[in-house]
Design a protein around this ligand. Structure first.
Ligand SMILES: [Zn+2]
Length: 340
C-alpha cells in the first residue's frame, strides 16, 4: 500500500509500505476513505518532537471495514466507520467513566499511520463506530473531523463547562479551537469570544457561532476578554494550543469560579503554583475521550445539524501529502484532508 512516512523534519514522503495485517483477534483492518494532517503532526514535522526513525504518520481516519479478527462481534466488512486516535476496549472502569483515551488497555492507533490506504485498528469493537449507512460524499469531511478535531474541541467545551448563560473564550484558532467554538455554540453558550489574528479563521469562527473576536494575544488578549466580561473574565475557556503563553492566557482569561478545558497537547508548560492557587479556576483536560462523543457527533453530522467539515480548506490526493504538511506549517491552510 501507499502511506505517508516522516523521515526528518520537513521531509515527509508517500511511499510503499507493507499492508497491515490482523495481529490480534480483536483487530480490524480499514480501507481508509479519508485521513488528514493534524496540528499535532506539525510538532514532529517541525522537529519539536525528535524523529529518530522513519515514522508512519496520521491518526485521524474514516474508512470501510476490510477485514475483522475472529473476536470482533459488532463490525463486519463493508461498514463505514469512524474511530478515535486512541483504541479503547470501551468496557473497563475508566472507559465506563467516559475517559476512553485513558483506557487501561489503550493503544495509539496512529502507530500504524492513518495517512495510508489501509490501517490496522486494535480493539475494533470498542474503538470504531459504524455510520447508519454509506455516507454521501459531502458528509465525509465532517465525519473525518469527528475522528479527532471535532471530538477534541467538543471535549474542550465540555471540560470548560460551556453551556447556557456562559461566556466562553477560545484560545487558539486552529481546527480544534474553531470546532471548540462550534461545540460551545451547540452546547448553548450565550457568548463566544474567539481569539484569532487571522481573517480567514475569524470568518470561520463567526460561521461556527463566535459572537466576538479578540485579535490581541498574551496579557493584552486577557485584558480584552476582561473588558468584554465586566472585568471578570470568561466563565469557560477552551485552551487549544498547548504552549506556555496559551495556557497562561487561558487561565488568566477565566474568572474565579470558572473552568478551563485544555486540549492543546502541552509542550513545556509550567503553571506557577501560587498563581494557580489564587486563581480560583478549575482546570480539566488532556487527551480527548473522542470515543465517548462519537455516537452523538455522528448523529449531528448525519442529520446535517452541524458541518464541522468546513475546517478542511485543502483537499488533496494522498500522493500530495507533503504539500498538505507544508501548507499547514506555513499557515496557508487550516487543515488538509488527504484522500488515498
Ligand atoms: Zn477501557
Amino acid at each position: 500500500m501507499r502511506g505517508t512516512v516522516l523521515h526528518a523534519p520537513g521531509d515527509v514522503r508517500v511511499e510503499h509500505r507493507d499492508d497491515p495485517a490482523i495481529l490480534q483477534p480483536t483487530d480490524a483492518i480499514l480501507r481508509v476513505t479519508a485521513a488528514c494532517v493534524c496540528g499535532s503532526d506539525l510538532w514532529d514535522y517541525r522537529g519539536v518532537n525528535q524523529v529518530t526513525q522513519p515514522t508512519p504518520m496520521g491518526h485521524e481516519y474514516v474508512g470501510i471495514v476490510e477485514e475483522v479478527g475472529g473476536e470482533v462481534t459488532t463490525l463486519r466488512p463493508g461498514q463505514f466507520v469512524v474511530g478515535s486516535f486512541w483504541a479503547s476496549d470501551n468496557t473497563c472502569a475508566i472507559c465506563q467513566a467516559g475517559y476512553q483515551s485513558r483506557c487501561v488497555n489503550a493503544q495509539y492507533v496512529g502507530l500504524g499511520g492513518s495517512q495510508a490506504e489501509l490501517l490496522r485498528v486494535p480493539l475494533a469493537d470498542g474503538t470504531l463506530v459504524a455510520t447508519p449507512g454509506q455516507p454521501s460524499a459531502d458528509l465525509i469531511p465532517g465525519l473525518l473531523a469527528a475522528s479527532d478535531v471535532l471530538g477534541t474541541g467538543w471535549f474542550g467545551a465540555v471540560a470548560a463547562q460551556a453551556g447556557p448563560g456562559k461566556t466562553v473564550a477560545v484560545v487558539g484558532d486552529g481546527a480544534v479551537g474553531l470546532l471548540g467554538v462550534l461545540a460551545a455554540q451547540q452546547l448553548g453558550a450565550e457568548r463566544i469570544i474567539a481569539m484569532s489574528r487571522h481573517e480567514d479563521r475569524q470568518k470561520l469562527a463567526l460561521k461556527f457561532g463566535a459572537t466576538d473576536i479578540v485579535t490581541e494575544r498574551g496579557d493584552e488578549g486577557v485584558q480584552r476578554v476582561k473588558e468584554l466580561t465586566d472585568g471578570l473574565g470568561a466563565h469557560s475557556t477552551i485552551e487549544a494550543v498547548g504552549t506556555q503563553e496559551s495556557m497562561m492566557q487561558a487561565i488568566r482569561s477565566t474568572r474565579a469560579s470558572g473552568h478551563v478545558g485544555y486540549v492543546g497537547v502541552t509542550h513545556g508548560v509550567q503553571i506557577p503554583g501560587e498563581e494557580l492557587f489564587f486563581s480560583g479556576v478549575h482546570l480539566h483536560g488532556g487527551p480527548a475521550p473522542v470515543r465517548s462523543f462519537l455516537p452523538e457527533l455522528i448523529d449531528l453530522i448525519w442529520n446535517r445539524t452541524i458541518d464541522p467539515g468546513r475546517v478542511f480548506d485543502l483537499d488533496l490526493p494522498l500522493d500530495q501529502a507533503a504539500e498538505g504538511y507544508q501548507a499547514m506549517d506555513q499557515r496557508r491552510a487550516i487543515k488538509a484532508l488527504l484522500r488515498p
